[in-house]
Design a protein around this ligand. Structure first.
Ligand code: PMP
Length: 449
């Protein structure tokens, strides 16, 4: 029997039926009227099905740090697929998983020396929260169940992640979420911080709110605090100077675990392998994803401190130590891509490159100050955000229009959240391309006005 014609996508570069795919975090009806389709990518550029070049101002979704379609990564994935397509990680292993885990452990600060693999940032977050809870159980402190997140935090879309997360729209439609979660205040204050470069001077004291939460519940009920060192998806909020150090001190004082969600900031985005290194703070766990293999094969993971890992390694040695994992944990293709991406990062010194380019990037993006509707600009590492004044009748419409015009008219891919434009080019971006991105943004912002 022939399939219904509408279910056959004959020409993959220009499908004639856009109905069946319900796109995530997308205004689907607007998209399907005027789709933004990409067909190919290379280096800093995407190409549309009709061959238009679109410069990538977002590294895909904060993930393609080595740029697109790197031959070395493609070759590694192809070779791995031909050699070992899949291996369970429950009770079995393969060389690539161990090689990538030790590679990442070597790059990590302090004694963060074990890696638990999963397949996304959301899974990494839920894994870290579960390890925290299980850790306190095996330590005989099972009363430590409370989790502390932060307003405006983004930790993916699992129930753990939206519970500790603080973006209202990601929470409000999904029931009561996890019980026993508190939130620190977010760290953004436009009056004090507007047009900051790097870490704003104001706001370290906001970490002291953790003291208030401890006073309310007692430390013996608190398992962990989770924060993004730089809040990304909520609109790029760099941490105030001294804030993360203060949070570490308070966690130490009360024996609370500190988790850095480095799904965006990991692998060079802020000029160091992990943001933890930029701030001289060693958290107890680091979640990562995206940049680990430059966005090529779904992968996430949790870096865990030695003392946490070792706490589980007790009892009869044939017994499973942690009842958690995924069918695709440490997938051979993701690991092969990860090793190839890490080689590129090292050989091309891309994390150092992000650090060197930080002032060039900051000058270019802050150069957009004064354009119509620009309320604030923030930059840190190779990340930037531009807040546009919302149209009174339609919050989010201006940034949406900027994204759409950027893609359709200017050949620039950006990410938007609310009325904020978020920028994070691949770390291979050149100074000229930074200029190109800024010029396109200037034209777009003028048009949207
Ligand atoms: N944590 C942070 C800090 C993120 O930025 C993201 C994704 N933007 C996630 C978790 C979730 O990652 P994923 O979309 O891969 O599940």
């Amino acid at each position: 029997m022939n399939a219904h014609p509408s279910k056959v996508a004959k020409d993959l570069s220009a499908p004639n039926d856009l109905e069946a795919w319900w796109l995530p975090f997308t205004a689907n009806r607007a998209f399907k009227q005027k789709p933004r389709m990409v067909a190919r990518a290379k280096g800093m550029y995407y190409y549309t099905p009709d061959g238009r070049e679109v410069i990538d101002g977002a590294a895909g979704l904060w993930c393609c740090n080595a740029g697109h379609n790197r031959d070395e990564i493609t070759a590694a994935i192809q070779a791995q697929a031909a050699e070992l397509d899949y291996s369970p990680a429950f009770q079995f292993g393969h060389a690539g998983g161990f090689a990538l885990a030790s590679r990442i452990a070597q790059l990590a600060p302090g004694d963060l020396d074990h890696v638990f693999f999963c397949n996304s940032g959301s899974e990494a977050v839920d894994t870290a929260l579960k390890i925290a809870l299980a850790y306190w159980n095996v330590q005989g402190q099972g009363s430590r169940t409370r989790l502390i997140g932060r307003e405006r935090g983004y930790h993916g879309v699992g129930f753990g992640g939206i519970s500790v997360g603080g973006i209202v729209k990601n929470r409000q439609f999904f029931g009561t979420l996890l019980a026993g979660v508190d939130h620190l205040p977010h760290t953004y204050n436009r009056a004090e911080q507007a047009f900051s470069r790097g870490e704003p001077e104001w706001g370290a004291h906001l970490a002291d709110e953790l003291e208030r939460i401890v006073a309310l519940h007692d430390a013996s009920t608190i398992a962990a605090v989770i924060v993004e060192p730089m809040a990304g998806s909520t609109g790029v909020l760099p941490p105030p100077k001294g804030y993360l150090q203060r949070l570490r001190q308070i966690c130490d004082k009360y024996g609370i675990l500190l988790i850095f969600d480095e799904v965006i900031s990991g692998f060079g985005r802020l000029g160091t392998t992990f943001a933890a290194e930029r701030y001289g703070v060693v958290p107890d766990m680091i979640t990562f994803a995206k940049g680990v293999n430059s966005g090529t094969v779904p992968m996430g993971g949790v870096l865990v401190r030695k003392s946490i890992h070792d706490a589980f390694m007790k009892g009869p040695d044939h017994v499973i130590e942690l009842f958690h994992g995924y069918t695709y944990s440490g997938h051979p293709l993701a690991c092969a891509a990860g090793l190839a991406a890490q080689d590129i990062y090292r050989d091309e010194k891309l994390f150092e490159r992000a650090k060197t380019l930080e002032p060039v990037w900051a000058d270019a993006i802050h150069g957009l100050k004064g354009l119509p509707n620009v309320l604030d600009i923030r930059t840190i590492g190779l990340v930037g955000a531009i807040d546009l004044a919302s149209r009174p009748d339609a919050v989010g419409a201006r940034a949406y229009e900027a994204m759409d015009r950027g893609f359709q008219e200017e050949g620039l891919m950006i990410r938007v959240t609310g009325d904020t434009i978020a920028l994070s080019p691949p770390l291979i971006v050149t100074e000229d391309q930074i200029g190109e991105i800024a010029d396109k943004l200037a034209r777009i912002i003028r048009k949207v006005a």
